[in-house]
Every structure is written in C-alpha cells, then in structure tokens.
Design a binder for this molecule. Structure first.
Ligand code: PEP
Length: 255
C-alpha cells in the first residue's frame, strides 16, 4: 500500500517581496508557524530574494525553498534565465514548472514545460508542475481535456521509477489571482481526473505517490475546506502567501 501523502503548503511569491521584504516576512512567519514534520512548507521567492530567504531559514529545515522557473540548458548565452544547476547550488529543492503565468503571459508551451521537468528531475530537484484550463476552455467543457494535453508531453518523458519525485498543482487559470476559487466539487473532480491520467500512465502504486495540490485564490478562510477534499494534497498559494500571518493560518488549516 502507498504511504499517505503529507500535505504540502506552498507559497508562490511571483514578482513580489525583494530581499529585505523577504527577510521581514520570515522573521514574522517563523514565529507564527511552529516547526513540524507532519507537513511540508515551501516558498518560491523571486530569484533575487532567494539568498535572503535562505539566510532567514537557517535552523528551519521544515521550510523548503524553490525557484519559480528555470531554463533547461546548463549555462551559456541565455540572458535573464536561470539553470537548474544554479538553482540547486543556491539551495533550491523545488522548481515551479509551467505556472499559468509562464504559459499565458510568456507563451511557454507544454513541450517546453516538459523539457524543464526533465532538466529538474535530472538534477535531483522536485518539479512542481502546474496545469489548468482557462475560463473559455471550462465553459466549452474542455477542462479535463486541456489538463490531459498539458500533462501528456510530461508523462511521455517521466519514467515510472521517478514519477514519485513529481508534484502536480492543478491551478485553473480563471481562479489565479482573481478571488474566484474553484468549488470543492470542481477541485475534487479535476484532481481525480489528473490522478486517473497518472494511473493510466504508471499504474496505481506509482501514480498514488504523486501529491496533487490545488491553486487558485486560496485564502486562510477557504484553505481547510479545499484541503479536506479527497485527492487534494495541499495548496499552492499566490497572493495570500505574501502575508506572514495569513499564510501561517493556511499552514494551520492543514491540521
Ligand atoms: C499562484 O500563483 O500559483 C496562485 C494560485 O495565485 P493566487 O493564489 O493569487 O490565485
């Protein structure tokens, strides 16, 4: 039998909190969130705030750090990009891949996302692969099909013996930063659809080791209900992760 999946509470700061704000955030947050090994807390600060975050987290190994994006090449003439090796060297354990802002603002394709997942796995870091449909796709009843299309190139390149390293975040585009949250029913249905895809590709045992997070306007007041849905293994939080007290309440909501 597969071991129960520990809840993951992840904060994506996007392009917010420079180095001094990051230090202030952790000074507050670490006072509010007791160390614990019954859940995983992770933050994705902007790359320029990574060192400040790492410094602030000395002595709190229960709080992990990741980067918001990487490029798949190791080094070279790729102005503005970060390689996975650099992220690892800086202390990152996780990498967000295919966030909806990368896909919809910066035009990243699912094939590019898959290359990034490959590079992250090859470096021994954890890819947090984001998938989700737009409002038009949902209205056209294509939500599950779109998520399946986004997953397909990744499932092609991830082997069954390494899929347990992957984390997936279902993040409907229409819920990100909008204040509109998926209903608990919608979240449950979409998580089940993602799990089915994983089972079809890898079999139940390997697939059931993969945590699937929900993201999209998660707040302290709705986090507990979302996380109580079967198949929702935690949350990826944008806006509400910028406030130390609010994010500490979301961590407490995991139980
Ligand atoms: C996100 O950035 O992944 C996200 C879910 O943002 P928000 O919580 O602000 O909707």
């Amino acid at each position: 039998m597969t071991a129960p999946r520990k809840p993951i509470l992840a904060g994506n700061w996007k392009m917010n909190h420079g180095p001094s704000q990051a230090a202030r955030f952790f000074a507050d947050f670490l006072n509010l969130a007791e160390p614990g090994d019954d859940r995983t807390i992770a933050f994705f600060p902007p790359a320029i705030s990574f060192a400040a975050a790492r410094e602030a987290l000395q002595g709190r190994p229960d709080v992990r750090l990741g980067v918001q994006n990487v490029y798949w090449e190791e080094s070279g003439a790729f102005t503005g990009e970060l390689s996975v090796g650099m992220a690892k060297d800086a202390g990152a354990e996780l990498v967000l891949v295919g966030h909806s802002e990368r896909r919809h603002v910066f035009g990243e394709t699912s094939e590019e996302t898959a290359r990034k997942v490959r590079a992250v796995l090859d470096a021994g870091l954890v890819p947090v692969l984001c998938v989700g449909e737009t409002i038009d796709e949902r209205r056209a009843e294509r939500a599950e099909a779109v998520v399946a299309e986004q997953l397909a190139p990744v499932l092609e390149i991830v082997r069954a013996d390494e899929v347990g390293e992957l984390v997936i975040a279902y993040e409907p585009v229409w819920a990100i930063g909008t204040g509109v949250t998926a209903t608990p029913d919608d979240a449950r249905t979409m998580h089940a659809a993602v799990r089915e895809r994983l089972r079809a590709a890898y079999g139940a045992e390997a697939a059931d080791a993969v945590p699937i997070l929900y993201g999209g306007s998660v707040k302290p007041d709705n986090a507990a209900e979302l996380m109580s849905q079967p198949g929702v293994d935690g949350v990826l939080v944008g806006g509400a992760s910028l406030d130390a007290a609010g994010f500490a309440r979301i961590v407490k909501a995991a139980g």
